[in-house]
Write a protein that binds this ligand. Structure first.
Ligand code: GDD
Ligand code: MG
Length: 324
């Protein structure tokens, strides 16, 4: 079986870091977002097709250097085609059925059970659904008998949302749905294609495990807490001379003598925390330095950045903005 992973998109909500790094390579609880998504794949998946666009070469270089256990194929879009166009462009050789994964969801989903539901139901697809309070940023399903999806609205106003069950970004589809996507233009699968497939049978798979879309800074840090709380973060040993408690993920060659590494922190390779620095509920990518007495809380700091000493950096996304 193949899995098609959508990995285009500009990651605008995580700028300025995403000017230089695609969001899927931002580490969460010790490894890049994309690799948490790949962890969900069941063993019967033997090939992953990455539908890339923005920063395709950065993704390809990283993945080739950190090969997952399955075979990987890269299909790059020269211009962004949206979720539907990306599926069409990368879907020429899909298995039947195939999995469709968004690359920015941090979740606990029983993909095997999703596949079983799809096989039993006889429909053209099945969509993992998760229950959220605020449905505005998501695609929302209306459910009929046997959890057949009878309506689907992408990013509705609250008054138009038919339920609180949203598309969790983990789906299984019959290969024939790809033939319904027009070639060569940008389009949204969720908006332009899914509604027309409802009459052919799409079933909702209600998942009650943790779930988050890590596409904004707040949600990325929330996803990191979910992973740590589920025991999926690490490696979690603080470097010599550092204090602190609570779950952390610490890369290679981190120096933090006299610093405090608080709970829910992810430090990349080569991070340096000077004496009296404090980090908590944050992601510090490779090579970040926090000067003496600097406090970093609720923030995501891009590779190689220097954080000022003696001041508090809170709820920030720090990275380099390219010159205009
Ligand atoms: N190949 C390709 N090309 N991939 C793309 C493109 C593109 O032009 N645009 C976005 N993607 C990828 C993103 O990298 C992400 O993995 C996935 O497609 C979804 O795009 P987002 O931009 O993150 O969409 P969203 O979060 O607003 O909404 C989607 O995800 C929600 C769950 O997180 C929709 O699928 C919603 O229905 C869903 O509820
Ligand atoms: Mg998203």
């Amino acid at each position: 079986m193949k899995a098609l992973v959508l990995i285009g998109g500009f990651g605008t909500r995580l700028r300025p870091i995403t000017y230089s790094i695609p969001k899927q390579l931002i580490p969460i609880a010790g490894k890049p977002m994309l690799y948490h998504v790949l962890d969900l794949l069941p063993p019967e998946v033997d090939e992953v097709v990455l539908a890339t666009g923005y920063k395709a070469e950065v993704i390809e270089r990283y993945v080739r250097g950190h090969m997952p256990a399955v075979r990987v194929q890269f299909v790059e879009e020269k211009t962004p085609l949206g979720t539907g166009g990306g599926m069409r462009n990368a879907g020429d050789d899909m298995s039947d059925p195939f999995l469709l994964m968004n690359s920015d969801v941090i979740a606990q989903v029983d993909v095997r059970a999703l596949l079983d539901l799809h096989r039993r139901s006889g429909g053209v697809g099945a969509m993992t659904l998760t229950e959220v309070d605020d449905t505005r940023p998501y695609g929302v399903a209306a459910l009929g008998p046997d959890d057949r999806i009878v309506g689907f609205v992408e990013k509705p106003q609250p008054k138009d949302a038919p339920s609180h069950w949203i598309n969790a970004g983990v789906q299984v589809w019959h290969r024939s749905v790809l033939d319904r996507i027009p070639r060569g233009r940008a389009l949204s699968f969720e908006t332009e294609i899914v509604p027309g497939l409802l009459s052919h049978g799409i079933y909702g798979f209600r998942s009650r495990g943790y779930w988050e879309d890590a596409g904004t800074p707040e949600r990325l840090l929330h996803a990191q807490r979910l992973l740590f709380d589920a025991g999926r973060g690490g490696p979690g040993r603080r470097p010599p001379g550092a204090s602190g408690h609570g779950p952390v993920a610490v890369g290679h060659d981190v120096r933090a003598e006299g610093a405090e590494i608080g709970p829910y922190s992810c430090l990349g390779d080569g991070v340096v925390l000077h004496s009296g620095a404090h980090v908590e509920n944050s992601v510090l990518m490779d090579g970040v330095t926090v000067h003496a007495g600097g406090r970093v809380v609720g923030s995501i700091v891009g590779p190689g950045m220097e954080v000022a000493g003696g001041v508090r950096t809170e709820n920030q996304v720090l990275g380099t903005t390219p010159a205009p």
